[in-house]
Design a protein around this ligand. Structure first.
Ligand code: NAD
Length: 353
């Protein structure tokens, strides 16, 4: 637990900025003291909630009582705010996607190193229960060696809001949900990626992608399919995972799901053919009840600290960052490879170094 409560000013007090303020209230290491937004109505709302408000970013950065700047603006302005805050001697939490390119992120990293301030990206979905369940199955080999992981989020509401429709603001679903799902995959599978292929979808006619499907091939043999859709009136399950000993399914955010494993105790019986369409099949006949065992999803290991506590511990030199800058950079390179694979309709290699 951190020694002091660090004072935080939220820059960009929209949907996510406000959400941070509610989460930080439940936390002992950080305290939101102020907000800044380019929109007067959001400043007024901040004031109503009892926060100090600032007339511009320079005023936030000039305030010596502020320890941490938390950036929750649209994606295209993360970089300039982050660099200005670091140079003013503030620690920085930045929303995802941290920047629109890996080169931009390297610039931020260099300033963070030079100014010796802590910079962390809010890859909060490393704390999601559904993800931690899959990570637990992967780490503990609960369905044997996992060799295929399918991770999907499907909605039917299109691209939300205003700036998410525009390329100039870093809109589109790959930079929105994609950045989370790809980060989870990289955090879980401890192996380099040898190749990536992908398609982006533009069903809604926006200039940015309204979804995508990507296939990552890891050097250790794992294949990952990562998909985001906003035009799915029927959703596929959140996770479908195959291992050498069984298959796991997580349906939804309520953790409905199960593991079905091979029953080693059962006598091996030849499957009986079933009618399938106009043909017969033994290959696709479901396994007999005795041949499998059904288990509930495991209770996952939690991360050692919450995101905010970890951030404070990193400032105090007491813990390593759970979201490391090198991992964030690797994820940006992967996102660039996904864009490139889709644009050129080719398989991209040699980007994961
Ligand atoms: P939003 O549009 O609701 O809020 C953005 C706010 O930033 C607006 O109030 C806008 O007026 C303000 N703003 C714009 N430019 C600014 C500037 N230069 N300086 C100060 N304020 C400025 O958007 P949102 O959904 O809250 O998304 C904000 C960020 O949070 C994005 O980077 C997004 O990807 C991220 N986000 C993360 C998660 C997560 O789970 N980690 C979830 C949602 C959004």
């Amino acid at each position: 637990m951190s020694q002091k409560k660090y004072s935080v000013v939220i820059v960009g007090f929209g949907g996510m900025g406000h959400y941070h303020s509610t989460l930080i209230k439940k936390n002992d290491s950080l305290e939101v003291t102020g907000v800044y937004d380019v929109k007067q109505e959001r400043l007024d709302y901040g004031k109503e909630l009892g926060y100090q408000t600032y007339s511009d970013l320079a005023a936030v950065l000039a305030d010596s009582a502020v320890d941490v700047v938390l950036i929750a603006t649209p994606n295209d302005v993360h970089k300039e705010i982050a660099i200005a805050a670091l140079e003013a001697g503030k620690h920085v939490i930045c929303e995802k996607p941290v920047t629109l390119s890996s080169e931009d992120f390297i610039e931020i990293e260099e300033v963070a190193k030079k100014t010796k301030q802590v910079f962390m990206t809010h890859q909060n979905r490393r704390w999601d229960e559904d993800f931690l369940i899959v990570k637990e199955m992967y780490d503990q080999q609960l369905i044997g060696d996992i060799f295929q992981i399918e991770s999907r989020v499907h909605g039917a509401n299109g691209i939300p809001g205003d700036w998410r429709h525009e390329a100039a603001h870093g809109g589109g679903m790959l930079l929105d949900w994609g950045v989370h799902l790809l980060d989870q995959m990289l955090y879980m599978v401890d192996s380099k990626i040898s190749s990536v292929s992908a398609q982006l979808s533009f069903i809604l006619g926006d200039e940015v992608d309204d979804g995508f499907v990507s296939t990552l091939q890891f050097e250790n043999g794992v294949t990952a399919i990562v998909e985001v859709g906003t035009t799915n009136y029927i959703s596929l399950p959140r996770w479908y995972v195959k291992g050498t000993e069984g298959t796991a399914l997580i349906e939804d955010w309520s953790m409905n799901g199960k593991i079905v494993k091979r029953n080693h105790e059962a006598e091996k019986v030849e499957p009986k053919p079933i009618q399938a369409g106009v043909g017969l099949t033994k290959t696709m006949a479901p396994p007999s009840e005795e041949a499998t065992v059904v288990e509930s999803l495991p209770k996952p290991q939690q991360n050692a600290q919450s995101f905010y506590d970890n951030f404070a511990s990193v400032i105090e030199g007491e813990a390593e960052a759970i979201v490391k800058n090198a991992e964030v950079l690797r994820n940006l390179r992967l996102i660039e490879a996904v864009f490139e694979a889709a644009r050129t309709n080719t398989t991209i290699t040699d980007f994961d170094y």
